[in-house]
Every structure is written in C-alpha cells, then in structure tokens.
Design a protein around this ligand. Structure first.
Ligand code: HSE
Length: 438
C-alpha cells in the first residue's frame, strides 16, 4: 500500500488556502512525484466558518491548535499564522513533538531561525521555509541545493512587491508616494498597514534569510541597515531617469574582504540592468556566484497560489526524505550546523558606495561652491551635477552624483551641509549601485 504523509495546518488564511487548493487539485501529480500521498488531516484556525471556496471533508477544521500539535499521526505541521510570538511557540512545540515543520513566515525565520533550526536538528526533523522568501520563486532551495557548489559573491534582490509596485507606478504614471500607496491599498496590492513593506522591514526579513544561507553565518536582523521608500519623490525618479537610472528598493548582501554587507534601501540602478526591468508587484533576485557567474530569479513574490506552491514544494521535499529515511539530508541553514561561522556584519558607516544627493537650496551665487567645498573637504568627489530652475516651495533642487565614497565621510559632510543657511529643505541621499550590477 502507498505510504500516506499526513499534514496539519495552523492557520487557514490566504497562503494556506493556496496550498490546500494545490494539494487537492494536484493530488495525482504530487503522488507521481513523491511515491506517496499527501493528506491533510487537520486545519486549525480561529475562523472556521468563513467560506474559502474549498470543499473539505467533515471534521478537518478545528479552532483548537492542540488538535494539530498533539495529533499522533501528523508528520508535517505547517505554520501559516504569521507574527512571531505564537508562531514561534507553535513551531517549537511541533518540533518537540517530533513533527517536521513548514512555514511561510519570514519574520519568524529571520528572528528565530537559529533557535528553530537547533531544535529541529536535535529532534531529527526538518524545517521548510521556501515560501518565506519571495513567495513563488524557489530561491531558498536554490541557495541550499542548486548553488551548493558556489561561493556566493553578492545578492541583489527586489524582494517586496508592494514597494516595487509603488516605485514602478511613480515612474510610469507620475503621482507622489502617498497617492500611489493609497491606490495600491485600494486595489489590494498593499496591506491596510503597509509599514513593514514600505519601511523596508519585510525586505530585511528576507535578506536576513538569504544572506545567512549564502554565507553560512547568522545575520541578525538588527545588524541589517534598513531604509524604506517613503522619502523618494517624483523629482528623484525624474533625475534618476536623466542619469540613466531607475530607483528600486533593493535588498543587498555581499561578501567584502571576509565581512558581510547586508542592507536594504532605495537604490539607483542602471536602466541597462535586468533588475531595472522588473516592474510592478514582481520580485527578482540576482545572485552572483564565483564560478557560475550571474543568475537572475524572477517571479511572483506574493499571492495565494504562488506562495502556496512554495509551501507544497516543502511538503514534497520533506515527504521524499521521510520515505527515504533521509531527513536532515540538506541542512536547514544550507551549511552543516557546526560549519557555520559568525562573520562580521559590516556597519553601514564602513561601506563604500556611489551616491545621488539632492539638496534643496536657495538659487544664489556661491551656494554650489559652499556645498562642493564641504564635500571635497570630506574626500567626496562629484562625478555629475544638475541644477535646474524648477522651484519647489521657493527652493531649487541641486543634484549631484558622486564617485565612490565612504558612507561615514558622506554622512559627516551632509551633517555640515545641512547647517548651511542656503539649505532650505531636507537633503535626500540615494545610494547608487554601479559596476557590480549588470
Ligand atoms: N508584502 C510582501 C510584498 C509579500 O509586498 O512583497 C509578503 O512578504
């Protein structure tokens, strides 16, 4: 008789609904791929009356999480409730009961992945989190398996669809940040509370996971410099365009001289790059490997079915390992636990970058000399400049692009420049990624 792998869900929201639809509609295909049947035996959620458009057998739904956690036959528990507190408790409880776990929860893995992986290793069970990074793009599995032979040099990711949608709309149709955000919320592309998305927090969660998998080191969230897209104005998108750039919220991680850079911020990238072509809600991750060269993974980073598909792919992996008694074959964090090394995460002040600077200034003689004098004194060399007479609230934008400069020098210079009487509004700095990206 065919083996049956039994699954219990905690949470029956958007992603769970997608996963359940795939499990029911693709039963035959999955069985052919695994050599066993995947069977849902319990689904726990606070709201079990709501119609999700799926017919489930009687008795599958419960409001009691313990019915999943303590179910003697469940092999895999999937946590899809989001948040970190209950999610961590339930995940560790499932592991303690020697159940394999799957989650789509990026915050959980970014904050508590280390604890969860240790607990799972001790119990001899697996942790699947393919859906936690970029929804339907199978980037976690590629980092662990497809790229197992590679020394990773850098990753540049557009990993938040909401931000990419807003920036693409601002570029293509005009409109300022808040009106485009409102429209995105109205269309259901942005959350009612979009703070995590637009503030860069969601991207930082995903970057913490990717960076850790790439470099075999813990990457604590608090060490990831995180800046959102709120300050980007239509005028910056227009200036970027004049310089041949697009603005994207990028999650960037690189290995530089044995240290890790890990940062999330609006970034100007050349219009000639493939990443700049990634528009709307789509996600993309560009990985540079020492021997394989550059790769680009592109697809839907959110949504019920794409993210549900990633969840089900973890079920398939775990089911295959259960059948072949090879659980733990691929380490959860991509490196053997005792071979992971804590590497220094380089503080932002120590990075070097090219910069776009927009000063809002009085249109007077001598202003440019004052600003460029302070930049020069701080070792910052200007590579291009635009000053146009577009008056905004009585001031004019003065835009400069710099050569490679150290962030700490730049911040010192900006601190000094912002004290000048000729500065009439907030200065905007956008980092520019140059020759590393093609
Ligand atoms: N809210 C995210 C996005 C998807 O806008 O891409 C889930 O991480």
């Amino acid at each position: 008789m065919k083996k049956v792998i039994k699954i219990g869900f905690i949470g029956y929201g958007t992603v769970a609904t997608g996963a359940v639809k795939i499990l029911t509609s693709q039963q035959n295909l999955l069985e052919r791929r695994i050599g066993a049947q995947l069977q849902i035996v319990k689904i726990a959620d606070r709201e079990i009356e709501r119609d999700r458009g799926i017919d489930l057998p009687e008795g599958l739904l419960t409001t009691d999480v313990a019915e999943v956690l303590n179910h003697p036959e469940i092999d895999i528990v999937v946590e899809l409730i989001g948040g970190t507190d209950h999610a961590k408790t339930f995940t560790l409880e499932a592991i303690a009961q020697r159940k394999h776990v799957v989650t789509a929860n990026k915050a959980l893995i970014a904050y508590a992945g280390e604890d969860i992986f240790k607990a799972a290793e001790k119990q001899g069970v697996e942790v699947g989190f393919e859906a936690a990074v970029c929804g339907g793009i199978p980037i976690v599995r590629e980092m662990k398996e497809g790229l197992a032979s590679e020394r990773i040099l850098s990753i540049y990711g557009i990993v938040n669809g909401t931000c990419n949608y807003i920036l693409s709309k601002m570029r293509d149709e005009g409109g300022d940040f808040s009106s485009v955000l409102k429209e995105a919320q109205h269309l259901g592309f942005a959350e009612a509370d979009p703070t995590l998305d637009i503030g860069g927090g969601d991207s930082a969660h995903k970057l913490a996971i990717l960076s850790s998998l790439a470099f075999g080191t813990p990457v604590p969230l608090k060490e990831i410099y995180t800046e959102g897209i709120e300050k980007v104005k239509p005028i910056d998108i227009a200036f970027a365009n004049e310089f041949g750039y697009d603005i994207k919220l990028l999650a960037i991680t690189k290995m530089v001289d044995g240290e890790i850079e890990a940062r999330v911020h609006p970034t100007m990238i050349s219009k000639a790059t493939l990443l700049s072509k990634v528009s709307g809600v789509f996600n993309a991750v560009a990985v540079d490997g020492e021997t394989v060269g550059e790769l680009l993974f592109y697809g839907q980073g959110a949504g019920s079915l794409p993210t549900g598909s990633a969840v089900v792919s973890d079920f398939v992996d775990i089911a295959r390992n259960i059948i072949n008694q090879s659980s733990g074959r691929v380490p959860a964090a991509a490196f053997m636990p005792d071979a992971r090394k804590p590497l220094r995460i380089r503080p932002m002040a120590e990075i070097s970058s090219l910069y776009y600077l927009r000063f809002m200034v009085q249109d007077h003689p001598g202003v440019l000399a004052q600003i460029s004098g302070i930049l020069g004194k701080n070792q910052i060399s200007i590579s291009a400049m635009i000053q146009q007479g577009r008056k905004i609230d009585g001031s004019v934008p003065l835009v400069m692009m710099t050569h490679l400069a150290r962030e700490s020098d730049l911040q010192t210079a900006l601190g000094e420049i912002d004290q000048l009487d000729c500065i009439l509004g907030a200065t905007l700095l956008i980092r520019v990624e140059g020759e590393d990206l093609s």
